[in-house]
Design a protein around this ligand. Structure first.
Ligand SMILES: Nc1nc2c([nH]c(=O)n2[C@@H]2O[C@H](COP(=O)(O)OP(=O)(O)OP(=O)(O)O)[C@@H](O)[C@H]2O)c(=O)[nH]1
Ligand SMILES: [Mg+2]
Length: 133
């Protein structure tokens, strides 16, 4: 079996109080029940920046301005290999909400918990908790 290769852009939406907006993955999805940074698959012909802007409009209803790429990493799951582009989003228009009905919350950056996120997020969550970004 050949592994699925996916390229994913996600947005770390951070407000002036250093809180981060996270959403919970649907029960029927890959990594169901885990919390995530909103985002999704980069489509053919799209750059990672374009994908994060589109995904955050579709999933949380905001217009992202100047996303900043913090880190790129590859993660191998049993059934797929994903390349993740993590963008810091500090400028946007609108108020983020769970546009697809997904649970959401704002969490202080220092209170993020690695175990609430998919395993590929571990390093970036640790770095955020330690105020490296
Ligand atoms: N959005 C998001 N996906 C993540 C994160 N960490 C992580 O491993 N993933 C994985 O990256 C992939 C993202 O796909 P997605 O389900 O959000 O894709 P999508 O929005 O395009 O959804 P769709 O397939 O319903 O169109 C999933 O396999 C998911 O488990 C994260 O922080 N945010
Ligand atoms: Mg998604």
């Amino acid at each position: 079996m050949t592994l699925k290769q996916l390229n994913i852009s996600v947005g770390i939406i951070r407000n002036a109080q250093k809180e981060i907006f996270i959403t919970q993955r649907d029960a029927s999805s890959h990594m169901a029940g885990f919390w995530e940074f909103p985002g999704g698959k980069i489509e053919a012909g799209e750059t990672p920046d374009q994908a994060v802007i589109r995904e955050l409009q579709e999933e949380v209803g905001i217009d992202v301005k100047s996303p900043v790429l913090l880190k790129t990493l590859e993660h191998r799951f049993p059934d797929r290999i994903i390349t993740l582009y993590f963008f810091l989003v500090e400028e946007w228009q609108g108020e983020p909400y769970g546009k697809e009905g997904q649970p959401k919350r704002w969490v202080a950056q220092s209170d993020l918990k690695e175990e609430e996120f998919p395993p590929a997020n571990e390093a970036i969550v640790t770095a955020l908790k330690n105020n490296q970004y």
